[in-house]
Design a binder for this molecule. Structure first.
Ligand SMILES: [Zn+2]
Length: 220
């Protein structure tokens, strides 16, 4: 088994080309990034020593690395706002965002592809890649309190993912018995995202799990 760790929403930074498009106060909020996720992700790298890891260096308001690029929601409304006041700047920012998205996805796909290749043609067991995407969610959205401490997202139609999700939940509960861990909450693991794309591309030997941590743990 080869471990891959990623953190798509690690950062709230914006490239220079897009800085004027987003109000500074928005950049401090959960809309811009997954608060606390990057710290957990970096700790996990030191602890679990994955074969491959990568993190987003720009805010999802620039481009959401966890959406298909053809999905409308990959680009935030700030692209449209910029388009209204400066069309040339908006086009440039969108092209740059698309190139950045491709570069991020390419690096990940290249790793998974090479990791899944057996070392010899007669290898008895074929390698698998276990991907953990580290995310966080806001404790309250549109006035509704989210009822979980940690969410584990996976595709229930895939037996290996079910087994890994259960294993992770059991281990969290063993270490922290009072922690409320829920499956496919607050989002569905099978919705559009990085893991969904990789499942389609690489089949059953790719195992994609997303860990969603409640941001209340990072609020002081
Ligand atoms: Zn996220």
């Amino acid at each position: 088994m080869k471990l891959m760790l990623t953190c798509e929403h690690a950062s709230n930074r914006l490239p220079a080309s897009f800085k004027k498009a987003v109000p500074a106060e928005i950049l401090k909020t959960h809309r811009a990034y997954d608060i606390g996720a990057c710290a957990v992700f970096r700790k996990l790298i030191r602890f679990a020593k994955p074969e491959f890891h990568c993190e987003g260096k720009f805010s999802r308001l620039f481009v959401d690395l966890n959406r298909t690029i053809t999905n409308k929601s990959a680009f935030s409304e700030y692209h449209e706002a910029l388009d209204v006041c400066d069309k040339a700047a908006a086009e440039k920012a969108k092209a740059q965002a698309t190139a950045y998205w491709m570069e991020y996805r390419d690096a990940i796909e290249k790793f998974v592809e090479s990791a899944l290749k057996p070392k010899t043609r007669v290898a008895k067991s074929k390698p698998t890649v276990v991907h953990l995407g580290i995310h966080s969610f806001t404790p309250e959205l549109n006035g509704k309190v989210r009822n979980a401490d940690i969410g584990i997202l996976y595709d229930p139609a895939r037996p290996q993912e079910c087994a890994y999700a259960q294993l992770i939940k059991d281990e969290i509960k063993r270490l922290y018995p009072t922690m409320k861990v829920r499956f496919n909450y607050p989002y569905k693991g099978s919705s559009d995202g990085l893991t969904t794309t990789l499942r389609k591309k690489f089949g059953q030997r790719y195992v994609g799990i997303e860990i969603e941590i409640n941001q209340k743990f990072f609020q002081r």
